[in-house]
Design a protein around this ligand. Structure first.
Ligand code: SF4
Ligand code: SF4
Length: 352
């Protein structure tokens, strides 16, 4: 079977498995790695020290699998029908007592969903191809530059908001890769279609874009609510608004996301309590409730104390006076980070 026919087979199998798009990149050194290194040098990875490890391996994916020739890149959409509208129209409508969770985390953990699809893809490829081959799977789990690879595989371009953006799917997609020894026909990279637009850069409430195509994670709500384990810088707290896990603003305003079709993956259907979480409940979140709420979801990435801290700050930002009893209890918490966030929120709620 020729590399072109093999590639066609990979894409057909991907479609059958519900993957939104599949592209193929060569297992060659990545040109985007230069940008990644300069991003690290500027310290924009903030406290995510793991991103600064294995930099050379990230730049040369073939080092992760002996004899690797190709990388099958897959995108799976988690676009919801309401995501087609810009941020101004999708601001929280459910009342001041609810917070916001980034859309990718509303349903089942995408790591599990996408990994299952990719495992099945490899299994079916083995059944269909007579020749033996090696394959190694990644879903946000290994030292790979996923967005750069997806761009090299023609799945989209790395946009001014630093997300992978596709004309067909928008940017509400999760990415996974299969590094393989198979020789496959490669796809051409997509060109940049951001044009003169700056909507995402202008909309960021914490000023996390020092320039187009550059994101300073230390100012990004996604980093602050999910990765950052200490108190949030007081100067950034107001910008957090009602977000308690992640942030979608620079995607919500993107024109390419307006027309993108809704996701077909049933695993991404919202789990009760995650799409519009009660701030009062999250401020007082107990261990058992945390385990039940986050089981099998990407929200588990944030520790319970971080979610409580985030919910307290969101209550202060959204003027949620119904959370005052929960905040008063949290202000006595043994964890100084939670107690301080609750006291900050109470002071905000008392402001005239
Ligand atoms: S996710 Fe939110 S905080 Fe982060 S860069 Fe985008 S708009 Fe800014
Ligand atoms: S909002 Fe505009 S500049 Fe930002 S990613 Fe979308 S098209 Fe590009």
């Amino acid at each position: 079977m020729s590399p072109a026919v093999r590639s066609l087979l990979v894409k057909t199998l991907g479609r059958e498995l519900g993957l939104s798009r599949v592209g193929i990149a060569p297992a060659a050194p990545l040109p985007g790695a230069t940008y990644y290194k300069s991003w690290l040098r500027r310290g924009y990875h903030a406290g995510m020290g793991y991103l600064a490890r294995n930099v050379e391996r990230r730049a040369a994916p073939a080092s992760l699998l002996e004899g690797a020739r190709s990388i099958i890149c897959a995108a799976l959409s988690y676009q919801s029908s309401s995501a087609n509208r810009p941020h101004a129209e999708t601001a929280p409508q459910a009342g001041p007592a609810t917070g916001r969770v980034a859309r990718y985390a509303h349903g089942r953990d995408y790591h599990l969903v996408l990994r299952e699809r990719l495992e099945t893809l490899v299994e079916r490829l083995r059944q269909r191809l007579a020749e033996p081959f090696e394959a190694r799977l990644f879903v946000d789990t290994g030292p790979l530059l996923e967005r750069e690879l997806a761009a090299a595989a023609g799945l989209g371009w790395i946009a001014k908001n630093t997300m992978l953006l596709s004309r067909e799917l928008g940017s509400y997609t999760v990415l996974g890769e299969v590094l393989t020894t198979l020789e496959l026909a490669h796809d051409a990279p997509e060109t940049d279609h951001c044009g003169s637009c700056t909507r995402c850069l202008d909309a960021c409430p914490t000023g996390a874009f020092p320039a187009p195509y550059q994101m300073d994670a230390s100012r990004c709500i996604s980093y602050l609510t999910i990765e950052h384990r200490g108190p949030v810088d007081p100067g950034l707290r107001k910008g957090l608004g009602g977000w308690v896990f992640g942030c979608d603003i620079c995607q919500e305003v993107c024109p390419w996301n307006r027309e993108a079709p809704p996701a077909t993956e049933p695993g991404f259907a919202p789990k009760p309590g995650l799409a519009a979480p009660s701030l009062g409940e999250w401020i007082g979140l107990q261990e058992e409730a945390y385990r039940l709420l986050t089981r099998g979801t990407a929200v588990r990435r944030a520790k319970r104390g971080m979610l409580r801290r985030n919910a307290a700050l969101a209550a202060g930002n959204t003027g949620d006076r119904s959370s005052i009893p929960a905040l008063k209890l949290a202000a006595q918490d043994a964890d100084p980070m939670i107690a301080e966030a609750a006291m900050w929120a109470l002071r905000k709620l008392e402001e005239p």
